[in-house]
Every structure is written in structure tokens, then in C-alpha cells.
Design a binder for this molecule. Structure first.
Ligand code: CA
Length: 534
């Protein structure tokens, strides 16, 4: 099949070369692209990546996709947060170039994006679900987006015709819109790009009615780092606000006694679950209360304190998170089934990814942002019939910076010179180019802000990671081979002095290569203290 496919592409290339300056695939063979994208889905909560939750079989349908395609085992983001990751994917450029560095920014929609280029190359393009870049999407023939973060139940969706609230669970609504477009909305004579972008499993982790009691009778395995004390870290890890213990709210994040009328909390916290309850139907609310009522009662009775309370919060958090993921896994099944039924599967690239990883109690945390492994990693699974070997894996280091280039390349569209990543098509064909990157560059900016994760940039190779918290003039260094959980900061260890000096040079080379002029000098001690107080 692989040979056959390559042969067909080869013939096409020859034919196109004879016909003049037309790009590869610009004729009959342009593959369709279905990009299924979720929010905050960490690879270690996917069966195909293996790990802590394997016994729960959390993602049978995403795993089925992996068995049919290729799983990228070293897939990373450039800036671990929702909006910026999306902007990097659309543009193939780092945050400091595409301009969307923080969630508070507004995406400059006039800049080139891969959907616009595919549209110009004759593709039908559609986007349904989470957008999170403010402003209207450009480059799509059809689109319906959630405003901002969107809501889990009966979400408002914005489209070219205006806003409407659609009854149902968000993941299901977005899947239905996607299926409806595939069946009846598109021009059947053109290749298509469908971006199906789910809100789940983003905070506040509100599960669908059908899964409210899933996992009720199991103990979710705990991470070994649940009670990390950050003793080895540079100072920023001790000043964050993303601990399950101190920052995750029992009522607003975990639904203990939460009602639509729950009083505004004193400390700043995310109240979107309460806001969403106000838009639930009486039937939905009744099912919700029937599921959580007895569990809340048992919680009160147990009167937990200290580490027992943290463990309970972890259980409730993870069960809801994994319940949300089940809805995304269902969506993957529905979309795949439709492609088969419609005879589209053979010429459609299906991609599953999520905007970054997430802390699932790792280091005692929830949320993302840091360059540590759990939030740096992104899932990336690609099925391209005739190109990807079923059940294959790739170990090359890839980033969301590469997606735009990959989709353009697959469609036979020329990749603009100013895109900063590389097409993954050779990797998908099972061939790693000799000059493939051996390190990645990272830069996180949103500070001071929610969760209080300090700005940092850094470099990761297959073995080492060097992180610079430049505002505080502090560094961290990890040997991932010796210390995969990043519990022992070796920055001051003289045995690593040469490695660290070399990595600093490489980091500087990457900074220059990508044109990142946004790294600043350390703040004064007074400014450091002030920024931490906000
Ligand atoms: Ca996200």
C-alpha cells in the first residue's frame, strides 16, 4: 500500500512537472484533512501513549486511530497555553512572530495561515468549536465557534449569521456540526479541511450526563509526584498558584455543593461551572444533582483533612477530567465511522492532537504553562492511509510549529519560506531526514497572570532540558534520562557544567534562529517582589 501510494504520488509529480509549474498533488490526489483537536488533553491520559491510566482504558477510539496510523512519541508545544498554541498551529510561526503570546492577545487574522492557503489551493475549509483567538476566523468556508472558552452545557455558538445557544453537551454539539457539514455542508467535488476543535477537557471539567457516574467505583492511580515540595526548583515553582491542595476550589472546580446560586467566592477563582449551571435545562440539572448529591454527602461525612483531602480532590478532579475525555473519544469514533461509511477514509488524513499537555496531579498541580514534561508534551497521532504504517511510532522531536507546513505539504502546496517549522510528511512516510532538529525551543510569556507561572524560555534535547526564568535571573537543568520526573534540579552540579555551558550556547543559537527578541534582563529585586505580589 505504501509503495503503491508513493508510486501514485511519484507519477503525479512527473505528470505535474510535465504540465508546468503546478504543485504536487494540486490535481486529483489532494487528501482531505480532518483535524480533531481537544483542549488540555495530556498524552499521559491517552491509552496509545501508555502510562498511569492504562487500567482504565480511557481512550479506546483514539487508541484505535493510533493502531491505524502513526503516534509521535516526542511531540511538544512551543508555548504551553491554549490561544498561543492555536496561533502557532495556524501560522507555523513562534508566538513572538505571530504576535499571540498570551491568552489576552488578539490574533492578527490578516496574516497568512494554512487554512487560507489550503482554501486558495482549492480546498473547502471548515472550523467548528473552540477558536479562542478573539475576532472572527478567516480562511474558512464554514465556521461556528464558541465565544472565548465556551461552555460545556448548551453552549452559545457564533457563526457568520450571528449567535445562538444550542442545546446539548459541547463535545456532542461540535461533533454534530462537523458531521452535518461533512454530509451536507460542503462542496462534494473539492478536497476538504475540517477542524473539529473541542472544549473538553478544559477546566472546569464538567462531564456529559452519560458519564457522570463513570469511574465512581474505581480508585484513580496517583502520580508519584503528587506531594512534590519544589525544594529543588528555582524560586518560581514555589510561587505558582496551581496546586490541587491550595488552589483548586472544592465548590467551583470540584462541584461540592455547587448550585447556580452559589455565592461568589472571596478568593479569585474560575466560576464558569456556576455560570454554566444557570444555562442547564431542569432535566440536565436533575441528572447532575442525582449523580453528585450522594457523592458530596459521602465527602462531607468523611471530614477529610491534610493529605487525605488532597487525595480526595485528586480523585474527583481526575474522574471528571477523564469523563470529559470520554466524550472526545466518542467524537473520534463518530467522525471515523462517518469517513468509513461515506467512502472517504482512504483519502483522508485524520489527526488527533490537543493544544498542550496538562498536570494530572503531577507535581501536585493542575493546569499547564511550564516547560516541564507533562505540559510541554502534546499528543499527536496521524492516520494517512497508504502513507503512515499502521501502528507505527515516530521518535523524532516534533512541535506544533510543524503542523501548518505538514498540511500544506500533504496538499501539495508550497510552504512559505518564513514558516519556522518543518513538514512532518517525510516522518509520516517513515523516513527521518538526516538534518532533522535535535533540540526544541520553548518560550512562555503569560505573567503575572492566573496561576502565576513566571516567564521562561528554554531548550530540550532528547536527554537534557535547560530552563531560564529570565525575569528572576534563575535557571534549572534536568537530565531526563536519570530523572524523568524532573525532581532534581542539577543546575548547580559541577558534573554537568560542560553540558550546561554547551546547552546555553545552543539555546542562544535557537533564540537567534527563530528571531526571538523578547527575552528580557532580570528585574531588580524590588520589581521581582512587586510582580510576585501583582
Ligand atoms: Ca489548552
Amino acid at each position: 500500500m505504501l509503495l503503491q501510494r508513493n508510486f501514485v504520488r511519484g507519477v503525479l509529480l512527473v505528470v505535474l512537472a510535465m504540465a508546468g509549474p503546478v504543485h504536487r498533488g494540486a490535481a486529483a490526489e489532494q487528501p482531505n484533512i480532518v483535524f480533531i483537536f481537544s483542549d488540555d488533553h495530556a498524552p499521559h491520559a491517552i491509552g496509545a501513549y501508555g502510562g498511569r491510566y492504562d487500567s482504565l482504558d480511557p481512550t479506546p477510539n483514539i487508541d484505535a486511530l493510533a493502531r491505524q496510523g502513526m503516534t509521535f512519541r516526542n511531540s511538544f508545544c512551543t508555548n504551553s497555553i491554549c490561544g498561543p498554541s492555536r496561533a502557532v498551529i495556524l501560522t507555523g510561526k513562534h508566538s513572538h512572530i505571530n504576535g499571540f503570546m498570551n491568552n489576552g492577545n488578539r490574533f492578527d487574522g490578516s496574516q497568512p495561515t494554512f487554512p487560507k492557503m489550503l482554501q486558495q489551493a482549492g480546498y473547502q475549509t471548515a472550523l467548528f468549536g473552540k477558536w479562542h483567538l478573539q475576532g472572527e476566523p478567516q480562511g474558512f468556508d464554514a465556521w461556528r465557534i464558541l465565544p472565548g472558552q465556551g461552555e460545556y452545557y448548551n453552549p452559545v455558538m457564533i457563526g457568520p449569521e450571528g449567535r445562538e445557544r444550542i442545546e446539548g453537551y459541547c463535545t456532542d454539539v461540535v461533533t454534530e456540526l462537523s458531521l452535518e457539514w461533512l454530509k451536507r455542508g460542503r462542496d462534494q467535488d473539492k478536497p476538504f479541511l475540517l477542524m473539529c476543535q473541542h472544549k473538553a477537557p478544559h477546566r472546569n471539567w464538567m462531564p456529559p450526563l452519560r458519564y457522570l457516574t463513570l469511574y465512581d467505583d474505581v480508585d484513580i492511580p496517583e502520580p508519584e509526584t503528587l506531594f512534590d515540595d519544589y525544594e529543588d526548583n528555582a524560586s518560581p515553582a514555589r510561587h505558582q498558584e496551581m496546586e490541587i491542595d491550595r488552589h483548586m476550589d472544592l465548590t467551583f472546580d470540584l462541584f461540592v455543593d455547587l448550585t447556580a446560586d452559589s455565592e461568589q467566592p472571596e478568593k479569585p477563582t474560575d466560576v464558569s461551572a456556576r455560570r454554566n449551571m444557570r444555562h442547564m435545562t431542569p432535566e440536565q440539572l436533575a441528572a447532575w444533582n442525582a449523580a453528585f448529591g450522594p457523592k458530596n454527602e459521602a465527602f462531607h461525612k468523611a471530614n477529610l483533612k491534610g493529605r487525605d483531602l488532597v487525595r480526595w480532590k485528586y480523585q474527583r478532579y481526575m474522574k471528571n477530567y477523564l469523563r470529559c475525555i470520554k466524550s472526545v473519544d466518542d467524537s473520534v469514533q463518530q467522525l471515523m465511522a462517518h469517513l468509513e461509511e461515506a467512502g472517504l477514509a482512504e483519502n483522508t488524513i485524520v489527526v488527533y492532537s490537543s493544544d498542550q499537555g496538562f498536570y494530572l496531579g503531577d507535581h501536585g498541580w493542575y493546569d499547564k504553562r511550564w516547560m516541564y514534561e507533562e505540559s510541554l508534551r502534546m499528543p499527536l497521532i496521524v492516520k494517512w492511509p497508504g502513507v503512515t504504517q499502521p501502528g507505527s511510532t515516530a521518535d523524532a522531536m516534533v512541535q506544533n510549529l510543524d503542523y501548518a507546513e505538514t498540511f500544506l505539504d500533504a496538499a501539495g502546496v508550497e510552504i512559505p519560506d518564513d514558516m519556522q517549522g518543518a513538514s512532518l510528511v517525510p516522518l509520516l512516510e517513515g523516513q527521518q531526514p538526516d538534518d532533522w532538529r535535535n533540540s526544541i525551543y520553548y518560550h512562555y510569556y503569560e505573567y503575572p497572570s492566573v496561576h502565576m507561572v513566571a516567564r521562561h524560555n528554554g531548550i530540550r534535547t532528547d536527554r537534557y532540558k535547560l530552563i531560564q526564568f529570565y525575569q528572576f535571573g534563575e535557571w534549572e537543568f534536568y537530565d531526563l534520562e536519570q530523572d524523568p520526573d524532573e525532581l532534581t534540579d542539577q543546575y548547580g552540579n559541577p558534573e554537568y557544567a560542560d553540558v550546561i555551558a554547551e546547552l546555553k550556547q545552543q539555546l542562544e543559537q535557537l533564540r537567534q534562529k527563530y528571531g526571538d527578541e523578547t527575552v528580557t534582563e532580570p528585574l531588580s529585586p524590588e520589581e521581582q517582589a512587586k510582580i510576585r505580589r501583582r
